[in-house]
Design a protein around this ligand. Structure first.
Ligand code: SF4
Length: 480
């Protein structure tokens, strides 16, 4: 059967301001999903991407396979917008599919960078979706360009395909393993060919990747909240340095790299992942509550505080943990408008304050004359938190005591998370008291890195990346 390369949507325009970003929040990484051996695989991928929309809102895409040909539909925008026309699924046939939600961490947000990437290899079509970031991207890309490689995107993810294509190994699996031994950094990868689906996790397992079963088929996804929507059952995590290959009715596991320890991104527990997901083997909700417990235990509320409130939605769980431990009531005092996108997806700097106001509205009847503990998950620049404190005070609160369920962010991330530059990080430039004054809070306390590590689960060999707090990078980076 001759190879047919089909791109169903090549609209090069960027349709919405989801592709632009200015933010006071850490920008999350991406989501990947793979479906194997299930009818309507593309539709199932769509549902999984929908459940994982929080991990990337710039672009979405799906590639499906009917065993002969790969079919692709991808574009800039939210999942519901990219797949608004249900006829799209008629053009994504087959029992296997691969999906991706994008938030760019390397490369611009232009349409050629939208994943899954789909290329023609000498063995047939191959599609790839990547969550993470490669730290030796610049060096490898320079080398490959000098060697004559032509890149069609500015993403680090394309490196996998070039390295794979250059390998002289015989089998597809060995070619891929050769490529994986060259790259360094964070990667949870899913690859689709005409007759196989391959899931790979880097040896330090920075990003989550879980394996689920549904009927006679399989689902692989960044977060298990996707399984819940699909009715799939969590089986296990893809292990650090493991490659799982689905082929016919078989599942094969290859350990392509030895892994003595992990470097799970601890920020997945603080903010990125949904509380109803199981990440690194543990429910996020449970760990996030524990962050709140320890925060309340080590950084208790002032005695005159009336109740605890949280910045919705990402800080609700830690806020509840704080309230339980402190014995204070938990109140809903900030109402979030869910229909405008995240605060960081704003078109221009001058719109930022407006964006925070549009997104959150204080409940004056709850706040008037009260002294509140406000729990937030993290402070990046501090600009949105300052706006929120002003809103809460403007609604009549007498005191606003701020508690942060993570340590001060002092360093950039090179493993798939897009913080602003070091100079823009509030904690790199300022003391905690200076940040308190800037956000106009009555007091401000953070978890320490030690307290954070105490709050997260530890099983044998399980360790975490804490580089953005501690500056200790588990994989050396050149561009620091
Ligand atoms: S530097 Fe921070 S955000 Fe990046 S992987 Fe490490 S813990 Fe996660």
């Amino acid at each position: 059967m001759s190879f047919q390369y089909i791109i169903l949507n090549q609209d090069l325009s960027i349709k919405s301001d989801h592709s632009k970003s200015l933010s006071d929040a850490a920008r999350p990484n991406c989501a990947v999903i793979g479906i194997w051996g299930l009818s309507e695989a593309a539709n199932l991928s769509y549902l999984g991407l929908y459940a994982m929309q929080h991990r990337g809102q710039e672009a979405a895409g799906i590639v499906s396979s009917d065993g002969q040909t790969l079919y692709r539909h991808a574009d800039s925008g939210l999942v519901a917008d990219v797949f608004r026309d249900r006829c799209v699924f008629d053009n994504l046939p087959g029992n296997a599919a691969l999906g991706h939600n994008r938030y760019s961490t390397t490369g611009s947000s232009s349409t050629p960078n939208v994943q899954p990437l789909l290329v023609e290899d000498r063995a047939g079509p191959i599609a790839l979706a990547h969550n993470g970031n490669l730290v030796n991207y610049s060096d490898l890309r320079r080398f490959l360009v000098e060697e004559g490689s032509l890149f069609r995107t500015s993403t680090d993810s394309e490196l996998f395909l070039h390295l794979f294509a250059r390998s002289r190994a015989k089998s597809l699996i060995n070619r891929l393993i050769e490529a994986l031994h060259i790259v360094k950094g964070a990667y949870s990868l899913i690859i689709l060919t005409r007759d196989s689906l391959i899931a790979v996790r880097d040896p330090l397992a920075f990003r989550p990747l879980s394996l689920g079963a549904k009927d006679d088929g399989w689902v692989v996804a960044s977060e298990t909240c996707a399984f819940d929507l699909l009715g799939a059952k969590y089986v296990r995590d893809v292990q650090p340095g493991e490659m799982v290959v689905f082929n016919d009715n078989r599942l094969e596991s290859h350990q392509f790299a030895e892994s003595k320890r992990t470097a799970h991104c601890i920020f997945e527990y603080i903010y990125f992942s949904r509380p109803d997901s199981r990440i690194f083997g543990v429910m996020v909700d449970k760990t996030r509550r524990r962050l709140g417990h320890i925060l309340a235990e080590r950084h208790p509320n002032p005695p005159d505080a009336d109740f605890v409130i949280a910045v919705p939605d990402s800080s609700n769980t830690a806020g509840l943990g704080y309230a339980h431990q402190s014995g204070l009531p938990f109140e809903i005092a900030l109402i979030r408008n869910h229909y405008i996108g995240r605060t960081f997806i704003e078109p221009e700097q001058r719109m930022r304050d407006f964006g925070a106001k549009v997104k959150f509205n204080p409940v004056a009847g709850v706040l008037r004359g009260r002294r509140v503990v406000l729990v937030d998950d993290s402070i990046v620049r501090g600009t949105t938190l300052r706006k929120l404190v002003r809103l809460i005070r403007g609604a009549g609160a007498e005191k606003v005591y701020v508690r942060i369920s993570s340590p001060p962010i002092k360093n950039p991330c090179f493993y798939g998370m897009d913080f602003p530059t070091r100079e823009e990080l509030a904690a790199d430039q300022h003391s905690i008291d200076e940040i308190r004054a800037y956000i106009e809070a009555d007091d401000l306390e953070y978890l320490t890195p030690e307290e954070l590590l105490e709050a997260v689960p530890h099983s044998s060999g399980q360790d975490y990346c804490t580089a953005c707090f501690t500056g200790i990078y588990p994989v050396a980076v050149n561009n620091e």
